[in-house]
Design a protein around this ligand. Structure first.
Ligand code: HEM
Length: 277
């Protein structure tokens, strides 16, 4: 379904690609590491950056290398082994698609020559559709800004779809799931998305992309979430996910089908990414 048919914004503010990487048999060599570092030369390495991107670097393109934290990744309803069993991830973002698409194409060539493979999840960044000024203040104004890999070494990726039933709902009905619900005596009976996850606002940096071609389609997740946080805040992230998945507190999740919850560790160089350093 198209965003305009859902009362959702049609504006695109940026592009992201998630390249899930499976390495080939045998030990990757220093030459491959050098070639990957070279690919990133024109882009900004997000690993070193404190705060949001400048307009110039976002226009140029940015990347973050991550090694899989395999023990933490979990399968959810949608089985996707190319993601679950990947060795690492390169997250790319840019104001326009071309620079990061060029990176993806060259990276794929490098990897397949080395006997590996790449699974790409793509998404577009959009302004928020359901958020009032007051919700902005509650959920975003005090949200933790992005920080360097040293400070926030862990990251989680949460691809997901919403069901056909969700996309058939009127937008006011859909919007109501983000807020608490109250009974006839104004007693809160359900927390809703924003309150169920509120404890993550000060300590989890969050980004979200939407399916590029419209929602409810085959071949692309409706949403891909990306979260960065400090080692000490990993339990907070787990609690936030548990809160969202608790359909008594957050009935929205009755309409969610999740891909794998993928965990990784941010690294600064291709040698660390490939494990050759
Ligand atoms: C940490 C605290 C969080 C808060 C306060 C929060 C709040 C919100 C709000 C207010 C929206 C509506 C955005 C709009 O206006 O379009 C939203 C959307 C969304 N959030 Fe969260 N969220 C949090 C964490 C998470 C987490 C951990 C996930 C994990 C998967 C997640 C997944 C989503 C998705 C997929 C949407 C888009 C839903 C749709 O448009 O149907 N959120 N969130």
């Amino acid at each position: 379904m198209e965003p305009q048919d859902l009362n959702m914004t049609t504006t695109v503010t940026g592009h992201q690609l998630f390249l899930f990487v499976t390495l080939g048999e045998g030990q990757p060599d220093g030459e491959l590491a050098e070639a990957i570092d070279l690919l990133g030369r024109g882009l900004e390495n997000v690993h070193e950056v404190d705060g949001p991107p400048s307009e110039e670097t976002f226009a140029r393109g940015r990347f973050q290398l991550l090694r899989a934290e395999a023990g933490f990744t979990t399968e959810q309803q949608i089985i996707h082994t190319a993601v679950t069993e990947s060795d690492g991830l390169i997250r790319l973002e840019c104001a326009s698609l071309d620079p990061i698409k060029a990176y993806e194409t060259s990276f794929r060539d490098l990897l397949s020559a080395a006997g590996g493979s790449v699974e790409t999840l793509a998404g577009v960044m959009r302004p928020r559709s359901y958020t009032s000024h007051a919700m902005s203040e509650f959920a975003y104004a005090h949200a933790m800004p992005p920080g360097p890999g040293e400070k926030f070494p862990l990251a989680a990726v949460t691809p997901m779809n919403k069901t056909d039933e969700w996309w058939q709902m009127d937008f006011l009905h859909r919007e109501s799931f983000f807020l608490p619900r109250y009974d006839e005596n104004e007693k809160m009976v359900v927390k809703g998305h924003a309150l169920a996850s509120a404890m993550g606002v000060p300590s989890i940096n969050r980004r979200l992309v939407h399916a590029p071609e419209g929602y409810g389609l085959q071949g692309n997740y409706d949403f891909v979430g990306y979260f960065e946080f400090a080692e000490a805040d990993a339990p907070v992230f787990r609690e936030v996910m548990a809160g969202l998945r608790d359909t008594e507190q957050n009935p929205e999740w009755k309409y969610v089908l999740e891909g794998p919850e993928w965990w990784g560790r941010r690294v600064s160089s291709a040698a660390e990414f490939l494990g050759t350093s």
